[in-house]
Design a binder for this molecule. Structure first.
Ligand code: ZN
Length: 254
């Protein structure tokens, strides 16, 4: 039985993934999901996962931040060709908060990329990891148009009424170390039943209070914050969130 998982990490963005994985193992993290943000980082996630079978589970995807840097059809073809090696299509989604995403044609391109990647996930029968900042309703609307086996709204900190729709639709939400200080994210954690919550770090992310970048071992910070917000023991958060991640990503028994 896995004790604890980091369900969303950008391992390709870390200087020494081997050392990072070593520290995660030492901290009792029994698996990580390594998401991809573009073709290169997805390839890197697949590569690192091959070196750590049954510990690093890869996802392939294109992050909305990279929408202007990829060729749409090439991106969709790549994700489709490599989906069989991945546990999910991710990180994909929409983000209207970027300055470059202000022009309507850029948002339309973002939606086209997201739609295309959702269709790949549907065709491959894979769940998706969704980034939805400032585009919460549209991100959910896109998902409703396809039939994927599951989805997680990663680091969700949007409005509670969209959260209710996300939960009603049967999707998961994931918590990050921001559950220690972000009011919006804290409210989401309070409102989401533990049975629908995953924990993650989204590392590497700068942890202001600790003066360093996060890594998967820091998923403990998320667990402790969720435990405090929900008034349950950290062990219970670790146990249930791990089970949720294993279910969503259909991980093999360890
Ligand atoms: Zn991410």
């Amino acid at each position: 039985m896995r004790r604890l998982m980091d369900s969303h990490v950008h391992l390709d963005g870390m200087g020494d993934p081997e050392a990072v994985i070593g520290r995660a193992r030492a901290a009792g993290v029994d698996a990580v999901v390594a998401v991809g943000g573009n073709l290169e980082s997805s390839a890197r996630a697949l590569e690192i996962a091959e070196l750590h079978p049954c510990y690093v589970f890869p996802a392939v995807g294109v992050h909305p931040a990279d929408v202007l840097k990829v060729d749409l059809s090439e991106a969709l073809a790549y994700v489709g060709e490599n989906a069989a090696r991945a546990v999910a299509v991710g990180e994909i989604g929409l983000d209207y908060a970027y300055g470059f995403a202000r022009p309507p044609e850029v948002r339309e391109r973002m939606r086209a990329l997201y739609r295309g990647l959702l269709e790949v996930a549907e065709a491959q029968g894979l769940p998706v990891a969704v980034h939805s900042r400032s585009a919460y309703g549209d991100a959910l609307a896109g998902l409703r148009e396809v039939d994927v086996p599951g989805a997680v709204f990663h680091w969700y900190d949007g409005p509670v009424h969209v959260l209710r729709d996300i939960l009603d639709a049967g999707y998961y939400v994931s918590a990050t170390p921001a559950a220690r200080y972000s009011r919006g994210h804290m409210e989401v954690v309070r409102e989401t039943p533990l049975e629908r919550l995953l924990v993650e770090t989204d590392s590497p992310v700068h942890l202001r209070d600790l003066g360093r970048m996060s890594e998967p071992a820091d998923v403990r910070l998320t667990v402790d914050a969720v435990a405090e917000l929900k008034g349950v023991e950290p062990e219970e958060v670790a146990r249930v969130s791990t089970l949720n991640a294993e279910t969503l990503f259909r991980l093999p028994a360890p």
